[in-house]
Design a protein around this ligand. Structure first.
Ligand code: PMV
Length: 368
């Protein structure tokens, strides 16, 4: 059964005091930097329209972000989109974006009368094990909400970010979690007040601030194009023999993780985070068309992390996205020790590993 707020919010966003667009001269412009995020409780499996099969929780990152600028010109009957990536034409992204925008056009009807010039750039390499769709789609949604507000002054601060999360979700599910700082939850959970399948909510008030100082060192084991696209990956859950159990596991893990984060129980935090990462990969390995996304070095490093944690009592752990790259998570208090372990023990005998250092961040920033 859908949560009660399912249809209600869609309707609210559709009719958000948007009068008919009047012609205007000149250019409207908006520019936002929006970060990527790393899920601790994984979203894997969805139904139409981009409704998650289980709630998820993530850390918003800081250094890995997309900066997007949207310029809008009035054009009564000739709307168009011109997309550039790092100031260069990007026809394949443009085509993808045109298809994605169809999903949100009813909520931003004014774009039917606009020519949009969009330029995006990322601070991190493509396919680096960082969700570029989360940062790029949330940056775009923030710009579009900003243009809406410049036109109609209809969104207060709360509505603005909620709508940005809502639009981000329709463009790429996990992007909905990038519009707020710190820790965010997307997906309805009866015990979490305000939670919704349609947009994310900030969860900083539900946890001990200790976790806001968490670091994420990303070890890039393989930076080639993703073997399993998100769309294919989510669809693998449709006929998966373990699907219902997996969704139930994620729901239980979410509540247990929040409990651990509230009570600063780092051992339990580590247990759940690693359980989620391995469950995600187990789902892929056991799906009707199986995928094995971990590489030998992924397994080598995971085993080392567990071994060193047990030997030295160093409280650090790993998580994975739908790929071979490893996110090493730890508190800033042990940064020096973990740096040493990464350099001297985790990546020494592995081939060509690149490393990107990030940490829990303060959410998107408006540039213009
Ligand atoms: O937002 P999508 O459709 O790219 O899916 C993201 C899926 C995972 O990264 C594997 C998990 C998550 O919750 O971010």
């Amino acid at each position: 059964m859908q949560p009660q707020n399912f249809d209600v919010n869609s309707v609210i966003f559709k009719n958000f005091n948007q009068p008919k667009l009047q012609p205007f001269d000149g250019t409207l412009a908006s520019s936002w930097q929006s970060p990527s995020n790393i899920a601790l409780i994984k979203y894997w499996g969805k139904k139409e329209p981009q409704i998650p099969m289980n709630p998820s929780l993530s850390f918003t990152l800081k250094n890995a972000f997309t900066e997007t600028t949207v310029e809008a010109f009035y054009s009564k009957n000739n709307p168009s989109i011109n997309y550039r990536f790092h100031n260069q034409p990007a026809p394949s992204f443009q085509e993808k974006l045109e298809k994605l925008l169809v999903r949100i056009k009813d909520y931003i009807p004014f774009i039917q009368h606009l020519k949009l010039e969009i330029n995006s750039q990322n601070t991190f390499p493509h396919s680096a094990g960082i969700a570029s769709s989360a940062s790029s789609m949330s940056a775009l949604a923030l710009c579009l909400c900003d243009i809406e507000n410049q036109l109609f002054s209809n969104l207060n601060k709360n509505d603005f970010f909620q709508k940005a999360s809502f639009l981000s979700r329709l463009l790429s599910g996990s992007a909905s979690r990038s519009v707020y700082e710190g820790v965010n939850i997307w997906g309805y959970q009866p015990y979490i007040s305000g939670s919704s399948d349609e947009f994310s909510i900030n969860a900083n008030h539900l946890i001990d601030p200790y976790f806001i100082d968490y670091q994420d060192s990303i070890l890039i084991i393989d930076d080639s194009e993703k073997k399993v696209s998100s769309t294919l990956g989510h669809s693998l859950m449709n006929n998966h023999i373990f699907a219902e159990k997996r969704f139930e596991q994620a729901r239980v893990n979410l509540l247990d993780l929040l409990d651990a984060m509230k009570n600063k129980n780092e051992d339990e935090f580590i247990r759940i985070v690693e359980n989620e990462a391995l469950s995600l990969h187990a789902m892929m390995m056991t799906s009707p068309k199986p995928f094995m996304l971990m590489k030998p070095d992924t397994i080598k490093i995971i085993e080392k992390i567990v071994e060193i944690r047990e030997q030295k009592g160093l409280k650090f752990c790993f998580t994975l996205d739908a790929g071979p790259n490893i996110h090493v998570l730890y508190h800033k208090n042990i940064k020096k020790e973990v740096d040493d372990v990464i350099n001297k023990e985790l990546i020494v005998n592995c081939e060509r590993i690149k490393r990107l250092d990030d940490f829990v961040g303060c959410g998107p920033t408006k540039i213009i």
